[in-house]
Design a protein around this ligand. Structure first.
Ligand SMILES: Cc1cc2nc3c(=O)[nH]c(=O)nc-3n(C[C@H](O)[C@H](O)[C@H](O)COP(=O)(O)OP(=O)(O)OC[C@H]3O[C@@H](n4cnc5c(N)ncnc54)[C@H](O)[C@@H]3O)c2cc1C
Ligand code: SF4
Length: 327
């Protein structure tokens, strides 16, 4: 499958990148590691007139601890760097663990945390070649007006399948967004819409530049578990991130987020209240698993049945909670 024709823009600074975004607005697509964008362009899911290759903007790369004030991670930081960062492993282990499960080592060397946050939603009816989509019929997410997954409805349910966002949600991450109208910061939990074909609150002329983790989220014990068909490379079909803080053997705070079972990665409501002040045992971990399974709404967007994926959210949550309590 060949790439569609496009003009490549290669800014060296953020200001230059924002200038290009201001000029070319809707006809531009940001390229970071390219591990998701390039295959999608080959499938003609995106045919932008301009591709903005931001890989040479060094100011938004790297893990930068700020003593007493958490850490700033540049959007262009590779997943390998996140996975191997001694600082993140010690202070924000759930993030390093989730990054280590993305795709394969080669893809993690190219893929960035910004690209993982901005990752397009996925569906069996969408992530296909143009020939395949033409033969089976286009859908709401691209070129059509019906949904094969939920026929009769007008919403796209394509599923968010990134691994690091649930970990980042557990850490109350904030992201920085830059564009022609300036720089803004927003909690990551407000970034996703829950709608498959317009899944993120990012204008076409904006880009994500940095991720902020605050000191108050440091030191949580963290675990990430995911279901995938091929253990060495695949996107998650269900994923669970847990971050726990304990004091005197009891949980003082707990956060849990799920991915790959809804159009957005989601924090599971009520986990903190359910676990606070308790010591973790099988019954409590199972109750948290039930809560997570209720939040998961998998549909036939992915390989493996929705029922199995929901059940695995329950199972992985229980295991992840027990593992986090033992860490
Ligand atoms: C075989 C295979 C397996 C994979 N398995 C997994 C997996 O297990 N888990 C997983 O999470 N992902 C997986 N991926 C997807 C991908 O490798 C990762 O999500 C990676 O983190 C994407 O980052 P990137 O820098 O390569 O993004 P790109 O491909 O460059 O971009 C991805 C999307 O984000 C946008 N974008 C990128 N950076 C920015 C930015 N800073 N601001 C605004 N928009 C931006 C792009 O325009 C594009 O729409 C897999 C990919 C392949 C090919
Ligand atoms: S959920 Fe429906 S509209 Fe969305 S990509 Fe799949 S088939 Fe298309």
């Amino acid at each position: 499958m060949s790439l569609p024709e496009f003009k490549l823009l290669r800014p060296r600074t953020l200001d230059e990148a924002v200038g290009y975004l201001a000029r070319h607005g809707d006809s531009i697509r940001v390229l970071a590691g390219g591990t998701d964008l390039v295959p999608s362009m080959r499938q003609k899911l995106f045919e932008p007139q301009y591709v903005l290759d931001i890989r040479h903007i060094s100011e938004i790369r790297g893990v930068h601890p700020r003593p007493g004030d958490g850490v700033v991670i540049g959007a262009l930081t590779t997943l390998t760097t996140v996975e191997r960062s001694a600082y993140l492993r010690e202070h924000f282990p759930v993030l390093a663990e989730a990054a280590a499960t993305v795709a394969s080592p080669v893809l993690r060397n190219m893929g960035t945390i910004g690209g993982n946050i901005c990752l397009d939603t996925r569906c069996l009816w969408y992530n296909q070649s143009l020939t395949w989509r033409k033969a089976c019929g286009f859908c709401i997410k691209k070129d059509g007006d019906l949904c094969h997954v939920a026929p009769g409805g007008s919403k796209c349910w394509a599923v968010f399948s990134g691994d690091t966002p649930p970990a980042l949600l557990c850490l109350n991450a904030e992201i920085e967004i830059a564009g022609p109208s300036g720089v803004r910061r927003m909690p990551l939990r407000e970034f996703y819409t829950g709608i498959g074909d317009s899944y993120r609150k990012l204008q076409a002329n904006e880009l994500v530049t940095r991720v902020f983790l605050s000191e108050s989220s440091a030191g949580y014990r963290g675990v990430y578990r995911k279901l995938r068909v091929r253990g060495s490379i695949d996107y998650p079909l269900a994923g669970v991130a847990v971050a726990l803080k304990r004091s005197n053997g009891h949980v003082s705070d707990a956060r849990l987020a799920i991915t790959a079972v809804n159009p957005a990665p989601m924090l599971v409501k009520g986990v903190g209240q359910m676990m606070e002040g308790k010591s973790v045992d099988e019954a409590l971990a199972a109750a948290v698993g039930d809560l997570a399974a209720k939040t998961a709404k998998p549909l036939t967007t992915s390989a493996l049945t929705p029922e199995y994926r929901r059940e695995m959210i329950r199972v992985f949550t229980k295991r992840a909670v027990l593992a986090a309590a033992q860490n």
